[in-house]
Write a protein that binds this ligand. Sequence first.
Ligand SMILES: *Cc1c(COP(=O)(O)O)cnc(C)c1O
Length: 363
Amino acid sequence: MRNQNHKYLVLPGPVEVRPEILDAQSEWMIGHRSTAFADLFARMQTNLKQAFGTESRVFVQGSSGTGLWEGASRNCIREGKKALHLVGGAFSERWAEVSKLNGKDIDVIAVDWGKAHTAEMVEAALKQQPYDAVCAVHNETSTGVTNPIKDIAAVVRQYEDTLMLVDTVSGFLGAKLLTDEWGLDMALTSSQKAFALPPGLAFAAVSDRVLERASQVSNRGYYFDFIEIEALLKKNNTPSTPPVSLMFAADRQLEDILNGEGLHGRWQRHLQMRDLTLNWAQERGLGAFAQDGYRSPTVSTIANTSGFDMDAMAKFMSSKGFSMDKGYGKIKGKTFRIAHMGDMQLATLEEVLGGLDEFLAGN
Ligand SMILES: *Cc1c(COP(=O)(O)O)cnc(C)c1O
């Protein structure tokens, strides 16, 4: 029996998961060295490649997205070489920290929170010195900024030894991303954001160049050793026991998306939700925190210009059946986020905004 008191999650992760997807997890367990598992893995591999827009491969990991940050930094940056991190919010800041804590030497291009990085900034840095990798966040969930990854990657692609590593944790399956066409070497994500699955799985499209690089790094660690993961992936398997129930859910979700609204339909619906939210905010004198032209299709960070009480807002919205975000990191309170990602439909978002209107009318 599910909790009858459930509040619909309007959070930028974990997001609301459809009952059909929750149910898919209750399938009988299978052994991960069985043919049934290999079949599941192979089917998911085909669908994941389509979802990422890649011909190479997609790693499936039992971990949250953070694990693949560590894997990316660990496998892609050689001893004595450097990586360039593009930092402009809480998550990009944290990935840079992950690289450092793994003993990697990094430089940072920092922009003010709410601003996007540009291809010109990256080009100027790459002209100065060589980097093993550029690490960028596609969709900065704290600020609601979507970075121009396609343009940045086009610059990085001119440097043969520089890998383009992208965190698309809150972008994937909500904001357009074309791994091969844009020239990305790695695009990593988690299950609980726009993918609309329970938390616990991470995915990454990985290029041959990444594997070639990994073979030149001596201390890749154990759990996220890309060479080992690739060796098992070729057998439709994983080095250690995978979260099989979550994979049943992911398998169902991929089938539903690709045979249902499709990638373009999904990107389009997210843009419509973004526009609906930002128009709503503007009409009420609330501004978008993110720079114009770079506002995220999956999460809107709204400047709390009227200074209303976030706790009261969240409490009121909870009485309407919605679990709301109250802001994140150093801009908490000054901003709050309306997540419109995953399987949320426009009608639900309209209900959310209607609830917020009721709250604002009483304050
Ligand atoms: C949520 C988030 C992460 C962290 O992912 P986990 O799955 O919680 O480890 C990283 N980057 C971005 C942009 C995120 O939104």
